[in-house]
Design a binder for this molecule. Structure first.
Ligand SMILES: Cc1ncc(COP(=O)(O)O)c(C=O)c1O
Ligand SMILES: N[C@@H](CCCC[NH3+])C(=O)O
Length: 404
């Protein structure tokens, strides 16, 4: 259990019904502080990509540091507003916004609707006209950059369902002046997720600067440029690399963006802000001997954490009930699907029925992507702060009491 930082709480954790998510609020706060410090010193603004995790304690910490929110559905916009984020810090992306979702965003007068097609722009213009609003809009351009990440989470290559293709720009520019109820505020990019190669961001910064220049020369003087999210985290080494190098990330943009004076630079980070703060805790139900393999069958499965099944994603997995590392297992969940497997040939402590197993780096795209398939109950969330274990209600109560 080299990586488990909350072993002093073992008895309490062992008494909770598994599987459950455990969030480290001290680590979250340190991560947010580092990100903010590196962004603030360059005048950059971060919208947290709420899709990564929408639990209230995390959103409160994010709001309190003055971050905005990046949303991808009308319900996410409503959630951000409900949690007290100021409308002028909320942006809304997504290729298939419904009329109702567009209306929700327009009525709330959010910072920007990030538009992904000419067809969408036409509808936004029409709806804004109908309800007497001027829509704040940014154009999501697909810069045709290879994000060098898993093919299922890359979004910036040509003929991707996301964004406006570069070849369409002349046609787009011709049409832009015709929209009466739209104010073009900025450009938006996002090329993929879990990007570890900073050269991808260097290429993005350079291409984005050229594209902004192209629009500038056509008379479009945008107020902001949004570089999206996508910064990756270490799934292999969560305890040694618990906080992403935000300084190095923002420096790439500082060195490679070339923009007119006064233009604001925005980001939409999700995973890098919250992934390492979450751990999925699950219990060994059976240790099953196969013909040549041993299976560790857990009570947590792909309904609780779908990333391994969906993207063949690796998450470091440890038996936290025992010390010595000595056996090789295929670690699987109980769901009736062959892809319900957290990892093959993983080396863990010799494990026994009832042991607790920690699956790390699950704060982003973990709990939010859970389902009730097989009529399973959803895993609950617990929070640790300063060595104390809380339910969500108790944690929110404690931080409110602290403020009084
Ligand atoms: C448009 C957009 N912005 C931001 C994000 C956040 O990405 P990440 O969690 O990789 O930072 C995503 C998800 O990939 C996205 O699609
Ligand atoms: N959900 C994905 C990333 C997609 C991000 C949204 N565009 C993951 O778990 O890695």
């Amino acid at each position: 259990m080299k990586n488990f930082p909350h072993i002093s709480l073992f008895e309490e954790l062992n008494a909770i019904e598994t599987p459950f998510y455990l969030y480290d609020m001290n680590l979250l706060n340190r991560t947010l502080n580092k990100a903010k410090e590196a962004a603030d010193k360059r005048g950059y603004f971060i919208h947290y990509a709420l899709k990564a995790n929408n639990n209230n304690p995390l959103l409160i910490a994010i709001r309190e540091r003055g971050f905005g929110v990046d949303c991808v559905s009308g319900n996410e916009v409503s959630k951000a507003l409900e949690m007290g984020f100021s409308p002028d810090t909320i942006d809304f992306a997504g290729i298939g916004k419904t009329d109702e979702e567009i209306e929700t965003a327009l009525n709330a007068e959010i910072f920007s609707l990030n538009v992904e097609s000419i067809e969408e722009l036409e509808v936004i213009d029409e709806i804004a006209g109908k309800i007497g609003k001027i829509a704040n809009v940014s154009l999501r351009i697909n810069p045709n950059i290879d994000a060098h990440t898993h093919k299922n989470i890359t979004t910036g290559l040509s003929e991707n369902k996301f964004g406006l293709d570069l070849t369409m720009l002349p046609k787009l520019v011709d049409r832009l002046h015709a929209f009466k109820n739209v104010e073009l505020k900025g450009l938006h990019f996002h090329v993929g997720s879990q990007i570890l190669d900073l050269n991808v961001f260097k290429e993005l910064a350079q291409k984005a600067s050229q594209l902004n220049h192209y629009f500038y020369n056509q008379g479009f003087k945008f107020k902001h440029i949004n570089m999206g999210g996508g910064l990756g985290v270490s799934y292999k080494n969560p305890s040694n690399e618990s906080i992403v190098d935000f300084e190095a990330f923002f420096k790439v943009f500082e060195e490679n963006l070339s923009l007119p004076q006064g233009m604001k630079v925005h980001f939409e980070l999700g995973r890098a802000l919250v992934a390492q703060s979450g751990i999925l805790i699950t219990k060994v139900v059976f240790v099953k001997k196969g013909l040549t393999k041993k299976f560790l069958i857990l009570d947590g499965g792909m309904t609780d954490l779908i990333r391994p099944a969906l993207y063949q994603a690796f998450h470091l997995t440890e038996n936290i009930s025992r010390e010595e590392v000595s056996e090789t297992y295929d670690v699987v969940g109980p769901i009736c699907e062959s892809t319900d497997c957290f990892g093959e040939n993983l080396v863990l402590s010799t494990s026994y029925r009832g042991d607790l197993v920690a699956i790390y780096t699950t704060g982003a795209y973990g709990q939010v992507m859970s389902s009730k398939y097989n009529m399973r109950d959803k895993a609950k969330a617990y929070y640790v702060a300063n060595g104390i274990l809380y339910t969500e209600k108790d944690y929110v109560h404690a931080i409110n009491a602290e403020k009084e």
